[in-house]
Design a binder for this molecule. Structure first.
Ligand SMILES: [Ca+2]
Ligand SMILES: [Ca+2]
Ligand SMILES: [Ca+2]
Length: 454
């Protein structure tokens, strides 16, 4: 019961984020020039400045630049998505489950990226639409579960009457290149909507629903599970469900939590279970500072990603900002999806290694994460073994984009990929350095003295 209460407490912070989203949406402006100035003055990260030979892609979504976490700080805090998209813009075969408050699956900038259960579409033997025939056609225990499931109300139609889950969905995979709204980190993807929490439902067991949702995601083929909730009390069933995910090769991307604490000392679950398929993510602002509200920890928190005033989708076709480690977590899930789009045979170990070993080391993040690093989507893709085959030459094949905005390829001296090769060398050096630190020791699930924290 204590665990349940703590989960609810975590959500209340998120509600604050939603309030801010509605208030701040109209005030937001892109400060790219200021960001560049700060970048130069701090000058601590690798990969910050576009190099010759590097291509970028800007999709035709009109508000794509409003999410500064994608691009706009010159690589200081953003994940360099425009450079990543020159390598891949995703793949609908990659499935990311969003275990959250639900997803507005009809949002115009999400609908085409919502997962569709192949076992619940088409026509049944009586000529009825399987989506609505009130029959569990694929016999998975859930009737008409076309896009996921609402575990709170036990129904197939998923309503997000909070907003958090829809916001997370948009960060991971709002439809890119459709001329509407913005783009997710992974412009093409399948988003599985699994609702475990509803602020209007009294007394629902969100921990139990979390466990059911995780198991559903694994059984239905998700390769990535995004989970932004949590609490300071561990739970055996939750641990077992994430272990089940691991045993089935599923990556579990978890928010480090918004408890303002050092997770090495005060673990937060599920982020801090001792399971190697978990990536724990903390949040940074546009100048690479960990947010005061965000948990951190050199042993327990793996990586930092953008999490302040992030612009994304909201229910009923709306858009707005939210803040927290939830948002940062979604960036990492999106990059995991890009990696799997580019190398679908990768297992969770390889995906996690790509993400961690290519993080930009930053002085601001020393003492905050195991990598001292910030998520870099471009580097996470660029050091893949087959980069020489697919690399930046695929830039012309991006569907629906308005094209290359920066393609300063040098046809002379070192050839078209010279800049990328420089990146590769730097990234591999970083990878080697990090490999000596991995795997970071993670806190035990039920360590001595845990009760004293509560
Ligand atoms: Ca079913
Ligand atoms: Ca059905
Ligand atoms: Ca869009």
């Amino acid at each position: 019961m204590l665990g349940i209460k703590l989960k609810l407490a975590a959500i209340s912070f998120v509600i604050g984020g939603l309030v801010m989203a509605t208030v701040m949406a109209s005030k937001w402006s892109l400060g790219s020039s200021k960001g560049t100035t700060r970048m130069m003055s701090l000058g601590t990260a690798k990969f910050m400045v576009p190099r010759k030979g590097e291509s970028k892609v800007l999709l035709n979504d009109p508000s794509v630049l409003k999410n500064w976490g994608l691009m706009g700080t010159g690589g200081q805090s953003d994940i360099r998505a425009d450079a990543a998209w020159a390598i891949t813009t995703g793949n609908r075969q990659v499935i990311a489950a969003i275990v959250d408050t639900g997803v507005d699956t009809t949002h115009p900038d999400l609908a085409n990226n919502v997962w569709v259960n192949p076992g619940e579409i088409g026509i049944d033997e009586q000529g009825r639409d399987k989506k609505t025939n009130n029959i569990d056609d694929d016999k998975n225990g859930y009737t008409d579960d076309v896009n996921g499931w609402d575990f709170v109300n036990n129904k197939a139609i998923i309503i997000d009457n909070h907003g958090h889950g829809t916001h997370i969905a948009g960060i991971i995979g709002a439809v890119g290149g459709n001329g509407i709204g913005l783009s997710g980190v992974c412009p093409k993807i399948s988003l599985m909507a699994l609702k475990y929490y509803d602020p209007t439902s009294k007394g629902n067991d969100n921990l139990k629903n979390t466990v059911r949702a995780i198991r559903y995601a694994v059984k239905m083929g998700a390769q990535i599970i995004n989970y932004s909730g949590g609490g300071t009390e561990p739970d055996d069933d939750e641990f077992d469900a994430i272990k089940f995910a691991r045993d089935n090769g599923v990556l579990f991307v978890a928010a480090a939590g918004n408890e303002r604490s050092n997770s090495d000392v005060a673990p937060y679950y599920p982020a801090d279970y001792s399971l190697d398929n978990i990536i724990s993510v903390t949040a940074i602002n546009a100048v690479a500072q960990v947010l005061p509200s965000s948990n951190y920890g050199v042993r327990s928190v793996h990586i930092a990603a953008p999490g302040e005033n992030i612009y994304s989708t909201l229910p009923n076709g709306q858009f707005g900002q939210m803040t927290g480690t939830s948002q940062a977590t979604a960036f990492v899930s999106g990059v995991a999806a890009l990696i799997l789009s580019h190398n679908n045979e990768f297992n969770y170990v390889q995906v996690k290694r790509q993400i961690m070993s290519t993080a930009d080391e930053m002085t601001e993040l020393r003492g905050k994460t195991a990598t001292s690093g910030k998520l870099n989507s471009y580097a996470a893709l660029a050091i893949q073994p087959n980069v020489a085959m697919t690399g930046i030459n695929s830039v012309g094949n991006v569907n629906n984009s308005i094209g290359v905005i920066s393609s300063a390829r040098e046809q002379g001296d070192n050839g078209p990929n010279a800049g990328m090769l420089t990146d590769l060398v730097q990234a591999l050096r970083a990878s080697t350095k990090l490999s000596q630190q991995q795997p970071p020791p993670e806190p035990t699930r039920k360590g001595a003295g845990e009760k004293s924290r509560l």
